[in-house]
Design a protein around this ligand. Structure first.
Ligand code: SPV
Ligand code: MG
Length: 431
């Protein structure tokens, strides 16, 4: 009897999956792999039911002889283990990022004469509806809010990108790349005070009020499912911060990061070029404690951001503050630097990790941008935030387009750099 293998990474079994099994049975005994949580989140939508449930769901299906765990996206391990005669999959993996998986399988099967069976991918109204329902579920506050904590247990590093409206939200949500046989997507989104302010033509000085910042969150949430980390600036007055925590939590935001500055806040990347005042340890701890006290779920995180390196107060001060903030209840520490060299960030992480193995560390490598995610993870970093790159990439291109239209008195010369009209009209899916 020949073995036919297929891998499922789904939360719901629908007619498409049943069809795969039906077709597979024509070729032999059917073995289904259930993709691990760690692998699913690398390229697919986050799951709404956990691995055990997904496994049991597949075990109950008629026509399945055996269910196994597929740990990795690529099939090397599973093919070595099962040596299937056939691997069957919907033909949607013939293009786009999934093609890398098909190429991997092709290569593995070629080594011993195994075969790929591509069957027409089922995407009818019913499947579309199920798909949309799953997406809606993931966007609900109770599912979205807890996702950051889930990701922290699943990802070597939570890759987070800045968003400031629905459009940038869609880029964060949908971008999946294949590079050297690896698939990757962003895990979370950062609502930056800098970029949220800049997109409104305002300076980053806590001038854009919370109502407006919440509006941005709402715009992003409407079109995405990924978790949100909110840049809460200084958190403002303690009496105000507690309300901010409640609002963010209710909206389904996963974390707020507040920085230990007081008075008129300026962007950290100015460093000591402008006057900025660091808060006292005692007062900032009081703010953290007040926020923790009012939050209603265990999901929400308050992350304390340390400005000691930015303000040139030294490593010892940064480490002392980190201990104090964790002691006050902070769920994570963000350490910031505006040096090009990542050395001081890495030193902080190493020294913090000697005493504290658990508390998540967040970094924003805008200046020290040569360091890779893997290097940061090796020093104990858990969340990496690309805090302003989408805004900084869009601005020069828009400016150039505006200049060229003025120069040529028409838009023909800029057209080759533009998204085709056909594509912009269909960029946003209608319900
Ligand atoms: C932001 O993105 O608004 C931040 C990070 O707070 S930084 O601009 O580096 O201060
Ligand atoms: Mg900010």
């Amino acid at each position: 009897m020949k073995t036919v293998y297929t891998c499922f990474c789904t939360d719901v079994i629908h007619e498409g999956h049943l069809n795969v099994i039906k077709e597979a049975q024509k070729f032999g005994r059917v073995v289904v792999g259930v993709l691990s949580d760690e692998a699913v989140i690398r390229y697919n939508r986050f799951f709404t039911v956990d691995f055990e449930e997904r496994f049991q769901m597949v075990e109950k299906l008629d026509g399945v002889s055996k269910v196994v765990v597929q740990k990795e996206i690529m099939y090397d391990e599973i093919v070595k283990e099962l040596h299937p005669d056939y691997v069957i999959h919907g033909d949607n993996w013939k293009e786009g990022p999934l093609k890398a998986i098909r190429d991997n399988v092709r290569h593995l099967l070629d080594e011993y004469g195994g075969e790929i069976i591509d069957i027409p991918y089922t995407y009818n109204e019913n499947v579309k509806r199920i798909d949309a329902r799953m997406k809606e579920k993931l966007s609900m506050p109770e599912y979205r809010r807890k996702r950051l904590r889930q990701l922290l247990t699943l990802c070597p590093v939570v890759k987070t990108i800045e968003v400031h409206n629905g459009l940038t939200g869609l880029i964060a949500e949908k971008t999946v790349v294949e590079n050297n046989g690896e698939l990757a997507q962003f895990d979370a989104m950062w609502i930056s005070s800098l970029c949220d302010s800049i997109s409104k033509g305002k300076p980053d000085i806590e001038l854009v009020d919370m109502t407006s910042r919440f509006r941005t969150i709402d715009d992003v949430m409407e079109v995405t499912t990924k978790p949100i980390i909110f840049d809460g600036d200084t958190g403002g007055l303690i009496e105000h911060f507690v309300y901010t925590v409640r609002s963010l939590e209710r909206m389904g935001v996963s974390a707020v990061i507040i920085e230990d500055k007081t008075g008129l806040k300026k962007n950290s990347l100015f460093g000591t070029e402008v006057e900025q005042t660091q808060d006292s340890i005692a007062h900032f701890c009081e703010k953290i404690q007040a926020g923790k006290k009012v939050q209603l779920t265990d999901d929400f995180m308050i992350i304390a951001r340390i400005e000691s390196l930015i303000l040139e107060k030294g490593m010892e001060d940064a480490l002392t503050r980190a201990d104090a903030y964790v002691g006050a209840g902070a769920d994570g520490i963000m350490i910031h630097s505006r040096k090009k060299d990542p050395a001081e960030i890495l030193e902080f992480c190493d020294r913090f990790r000697v005493k504290n193995k658990e508390t998540p560390i967040v970094v924003v490598p805008s200046s020290f941008n040569s360091v890779t995610e893997a290097e940061l993870a090796a020093h104990g970093v858990n969340i990496v935030i690309y805090a302003n790159q989408l805004t900084r990439s869009a601005f020069p291109v828009m400016e150039q387009t505006a200049e060229d239209i003025l120069k040529y008195h028409r838009a023909l010369e800029v057209d080759s750099r533009l998204l085709p009209i056909k594509d912009i009209l269909t960029l946003i899916d209608e319900l």
